[in-house]
Write a protein that binds this ligand. Structure first.
Ligand SMILES: Nc1ncnc2c1ncn2[C@@H]1O[C@H](COP(=O)(O)OP(=O)(O)OP(=O)(O)O)[C@@H](O)[C@H]1O
Length: 774
């Protein structure tokens, strides 16, 4: 590995002074760039929008400058990350959060954006592959003041020193890893490691699956990759948008600061319950029900449920039109239904054809009854009469009622809601299913939508379609009206021009009509959509994203994968997760199996992360034993640091358990930093009560925020999060109560960055024998 060059104190001071001067200069440039961007922004706003094109240019220029100002603002904290000294290059290259131009446009920039290709060696150069770098310097700052510099000399001599994992910028990395947690994830641009950098900069095409154990930086890497892709494909992703999917709202608030701190604000973050615009599905249900709803077989169930709504019944239907009784036999209606199904594979779009076919039938019968020429049996009505009659029949209330009954217009909510609340409908839609599975599908309590319902509603959208012909016709009418009004305005202006001009002057007078035609005047008056790409995407169900990032992807069901691929048909995705942490029954056991049905075998590639940056080695040793006992196929990641503090265990009597847990939580809270108490679900209420008696502000549930107070969570809620101290309660119950008990225990054990205390009433699982009794 590379070495940190030993420096005497005076040398250190000189280096600090050198970097202070450089950093001060870069901050001056940041200020100047910001001022310039604000000036250009104001200038853009002042641009006269004389036609739609100018209006568009003005909006584009203003939005470009807004983005630049946001990025420059975000770079204020920790602007400069470090510098590279390169072979045969007299000037060092400074690396930072944003790029800043130099005075001489022909040379290196004054500061290179961390995402630019020139920055890459800062993360990847090693003594064995120095990439032209002789020294890498990490610069740490507090405010605008340089607080430390750490050098690595990339020489082969240095390469033989040390035997730990090859780390980039070890001192800066260790400082970041041992820092107290704030309850919010922070960015890692200053200390990205080589294996992480390779993933961050990997090609945007196809599905990149990142498998890594707890604490290997999957979330961090996924978010930095999002920032990298936005930088590299700014224009394309600026238009199509980037979606980040996380498991829960708590997790999303935990990661919410990272992209803005990297200057990226236009990304849509959504939990699994928020993937349908306009819906925040927070209902709960049993893991078994969620698993059934997540199966791909639900596509067939929903298809059958739609067909079940096109049922014609067995008897003859009688209608009375203008006093004339008309009978429709099942065979007649079957023909009409075939016409509807042929017209569209989507239920709502097939309905007009069904309605027309019914109207045709009724008209035919009606004409047969009233128009028959008694002499020759031919109809007395001509074609025009018959057409007029057909339109009337279509609008006849009796016909409309029949069509509504036999082929109702359906919303996805109606289709899925009616299905899940009717045992009969479920039975009819689930051929060959067991009664147990059918019973799981039946919603017996409450009406709240759950995250597992979201893909069903989206699938229903596809099956039902949305008949927007009326809206399109209204929009066309609106546009015609606006053009006509604009033309009137122009005519009026033309009519009112001055009439006392001499003949030869008349030709020189410009009228509004010479500058604008009715179409562009109407367009100028049309409302401009000022929403950002992310806002527009959030409101539009048919939006397709340029890239999708999925975190904790091991939890996704087959139906959710289907939904995501529909949202990102190009399959440009970054998918990060850990098969050893799968907690849901519908989740993945193998990436290939999970991805095959929706993504396809040829469209994904695997990358792995192997180093754990969160959990100290002492805790990880215990967690690794649990991983092995659970029969996981993946190896435990190697911890990058140890604290010298062993994780502890304490056995207490059942009756004293909640009280003792509360005391331990309070002791750990006294040490500072964030604290979580992780409990099996059956102990949640009692533990929360007890913890609140010691720590009244303690929080629990989906909105628990460890920034404010200690939190009490079940393992599933703790997924993806981390805390300085963790109290784990009754691990035997965690194993017994989880549908994947070993995964839950593994997750719970790997949340701590510093201290872990296990408190239990009975025996400990054998795998936890590495814990030290207190
Ligand atoms: N290169 C790095 N420099 C500094 N900190 C890092 C680095 N990589 C990861 N970390 C830190 O390690 C911790 C764990 O990272 P992260 O939460 O991304 O891991 P994960 O693989 O998603 O974990 P889990 O599977 O448990 O969700 C975070 O605090 C993160 O900031």
């Amino acid at each position: 590995m590379s070495s940190t060059s030993p420096a005497t104190e005076p040398e250190q001071n000189t280096e600090l002074a050198v970097e202070q001067a450089a950093v001060a200069d870069l901050y001056r440039r940041l200020d100047a760039n910001r001022e310039h961007a604000v000036y250009r922004f104001k200038q853009a706003l002042a641009m006269p929008a004389i036609n739609p094109q100018a209006l568009g240019e003005r909006e584009a220029a203003a939005s470009f400058q807004t983005q630049r100002i946001t990025a420059l603002d975000a770079a204020e904290h920790g602007l400069v990350i470090g510098r590279l000294d390169r072979e045969e290059q007299p000037q060092p290259l400074y690396i930072g959060r944003v790029g800043l131009p130099a005075d001489d446009p022909g040379g290196d920039p004054a500061l290179v954006d961390w995402r630019a290709p020139a920055s890459r060696p800062f993360y990847t150069a090693t003594p064995f592959r120095p990439e032209g770098v002789v020294r890498r310097r990490h610069i740490r700052t507090r405010g605008r003041t340089v607080s430390a510099v750490n050098d690595e000399v990339l020489s082969i001599d240095a390469a033989t020193a040390g035997d730990g994992p090859a780390l980039t910028g070890e001192a800066a990395l260790m400082a970041a890893l041992t820092a107290e947690r704030t309850g919010r994830m922070t960015d890692i641009v200053a200390t990205i490691q080589a294996e992480q950098d390779a993933i961050i900069r990997s090609d945007a095409r196809g599905v990149l699956v990142v498998q890594g154990g707890p604490g290997t930086g999957k979330t961090a890497v996924a978010l930095h990759r999002a920032a990298y892709l936005l930088y590299t494909h700014r224009e394309r992703l600026g238009r199509s948008g980037l979606l980040v999917v996380g498991p829960t709202p708590t997790f999303l608030s935990y990661i919410a600061d990272v992209l803005p701190s990297l200057g990226e604000t236009g990304v849509l973050l959504a939990g699994l319950g928020q993937l349908r615009p306009g819906l925040d599905a927070r209902g709960t249900e049993s893991p078994e029900t969620a698993e059934v709803k997540g199966r791909l077989a639900m596509v067939d169930v929903l298809t059958a449920a739609v067909r079940d709504r096109q049922t014609l019944g067995r008897g003859v239907r009688e209608l009375v039109i203008d006093g004339v009784r008309i009978s429709l036999r099942p065979a007649d209606l079957t023909r009409a239904r075939t016409a509807g199904r042929r017209a569209s594979r989507q239920h709502n779009l097939g309905r007009p054809a069904f309605a027309r076919a019914v109207a045709d039938l009724v008209t035919e019968r009606y004409v047969g009854r009233i128009g028959a020429d008694v002499r020759g049996g031919e109809t007395l009505l001509d074609r025009r009469d018959v057409d007029a009659l057909r339109s009337e029949v279509l609008g006849d209330p009796a016909v409309r009622r029949l069509v509504d009954e036999l082929w109702p217009t359906l919303t996805p909510e109606e289709l899925v809601g009616d299905l899940l609340t009717s045992a009969d409908r479920i039975r009819r839609a689930t051929k060959n299913w067991t009664d147990e599975d059918r019973a799981l599908l039946l919603r017996t309590d409450g009406t709240a939508w759950t995250p597992a319902d979201v893909p069903l509603l989206e699938e229903a959208d596809e099956l039902l379609g949305y008949d927007d012909s009326a809206e399109r016709a209204a929009e066309a009418r609106r546009q015609r009206r606006e053009r006509a009004e604009a033309q009137d305005t122009l005519d009026m202006l033309h009519g009112s021009r001055s009439t006392d001009l001499e003949d030869d002057e008349e030709g020189e007078e410009l009228t509004a009509g010479d500058l604008l035609d009715a179409e562009s005047l109407a367009a100028r008056n049309a409302e401009v959509d000022y929403r950002t790409t992310a806002e527009r995407a959030a409101a539009d169900r048919t939006w397709t994203f340029g890239h999708v990032v999925v975190d904790e992807a091991q939890e996704l069901s087959a139906m959710t994968w289907r939904l995501l691929v529909r949202r990102c048909p190009t399959r440009s995705m970054t998918v990060v997760g850990d098969l050893a942490q799968t907690g849901s029954l519908a989740g993945a056991q193998a990436w290939g199996e999970a991805l095959r049905p929706s993504v396809g075998d040829a469209h994904w590639r695997l990358a792995e992360l192997t180093v754990n940056y969160r959990t100290p080695a002492e805790i990880m040793a215990v967690a690794a034993a649990v991983l092995e006992a659970g029969g996981a196929q993946t190896a435990a990641p190697r911890s990058v640091r140890s604290t010298g503090v062993p994780p502890t265990q304490e056995k207490v009597a059942e009756a004293e358990l909640p009280g003792r847990v509360a005391e331990v939580a309070a002791e750990l809270a006294g040490l500072g930093g964030t604290v979580a108490v992780i409990v099996p679900p059956s102990r949640l209420a009692a533990t929360l009560d007890a913890v609140r008696s010691e720590l009244p502000a303690a929080q629990a549930g989906a909105d628990a925020d460890s920034r404010r107070a200690p939190v009490v969570l079940v393992p599933g809620e703790a997924k993806g999060l981390e805390f300085d101290s963790v109290v784990l309660v009754d691990p035997c119950a965690v194993l017994a109560e989880g549908v994947r008990g070993y995964s839950d225990l593994y997750v719970a054990l790997t949340r701590s960055t510093q201290r872990l205390a296990v408190v239990h009433p009975g025996e400990l699982p054998e795998e936890l024998s590495g814990l030290v009794p207190v």
